[in-house]
Ligand binder design. Structure first.
Ligand SMILES: [Zn+2]
Ligand SMILES: [Zn+2]
Length: 267
């Protein structure tokens, strides 16, 4: 089934430009060098000509602006990679869309591991707590993220990856995989990444970081996995778009905010 993947944001946790920084990338005039916090959108239309289906991967602090820019008018489900601020702090901006979804048949499901759900429950106590009395809370419901999550017929396979000492979630859907905040990929996860057309992979910068891969490490994984196209995301301000792309093999490119690629989401 044909679908689309849109990069809502391709920046690292602090975004690019980074507050207080006057480096060449932060002051660049190239719009590709402006990166909001990392998030992605998967869309497809049901085979029977039904409504467009929209799945969001992570709702970071820039979610509202990103959703406006991408023309998002509905969300069928959210999949969370992990509970860090740059991936969850826009959850409350689902409120207006959740009221629409609720009228159509229930709260928006938010799929999260137990560890991520714990953070969401804590941060959004006024939304999830059974004692919460805030009447304008988002109509959302935490659902356990298992090995496979089916959203209106499209299967999202969880791909475990390491982010420092945390195990977090990447996702494979059809011929595409989305892996962010990666510092290591377990052997068992490489086995889930065969035959890809598109691989999205995080690549922070050149200098090592305890919980993120360097560009060089991401490149080595990209070549090993061998997707036809690899798109790098979660990019810090050390990597300028044009100058970095010039150093990469043709099959590997830095993604940028708003980039939309056609993907196959399943049979
Ligand atoms: Zn992150
Ligand atoms: Zn993180």
């Amino acid at each position: 089934m044909d679908g689309q993947l849109t990069f809502l944001g391709t920046g690292t946790s602090m975004g690019v430009p980074t507050l207080g920084c006057a480096c060449a990338v932060c002051t660049s005039a190239d719009p590709h060098d402006r990166r909001l916090r990392p998030s992605a959108l998967v869309r497809w239309r049901d085979a029977d000509g039904g409504p467009e289906r929209v799945v969001v991967i992570d709702t970071g602090p820039d979610f509202r602006e990103q959703a406006l820019r991408a023309g998002v008018t509905r969300v069928d489900a959210v999949l969370y990679t992990h509970g860090h601020a740059d991936h969850i702090l826009g959850m409350d901006d689902l409120r207006p869309l959740s009221y629409i979804a609720f009228h159509e048949g229930g709260p928006i499901p938010l799929y999260a591991t137990e560890e991520t759900a714990k953070v969401l429950n804590h941060v959004y106590d006024y939304t999830f707590s059974p004692e919460a009395t805030y009447s304008h809370r988002a109509k959302v419901q935490l659902e356990p993220l298992g090995e496979r999550t089916n959203v209106h017929g499209v299967e999202f396979v969880r791909i475990p990856v390491l982010h420092g000492d945390m195990e977090i979630s990447g996702f494979r859907f059809g011929n595409t995989a989305y892996l962010t905040d990666v510092s290591a990929i377990p052997e068992s996860s490489f086995a889930l990444l065969t035959g890809l057309e598109h691989l999205v992979l995080s690549a922070l910068r050149h200098k090592p970081h305890p919980s993120h891969a360097t560009l060089e490490q991401a490149l080595a994984w990209a070549l090993r996995i061998g997707a036809r196209h690899t798109w790098l995301t979660h990019i810090a301000h050390e990597l300028g778009h044009e100058e970095t792309n010039r150093t990469l093999p043709q099959s590997v490119r830095l993604a940028y905010d708003g980039l939309t690629i056609p993907v196959c989401v399943g049979l």
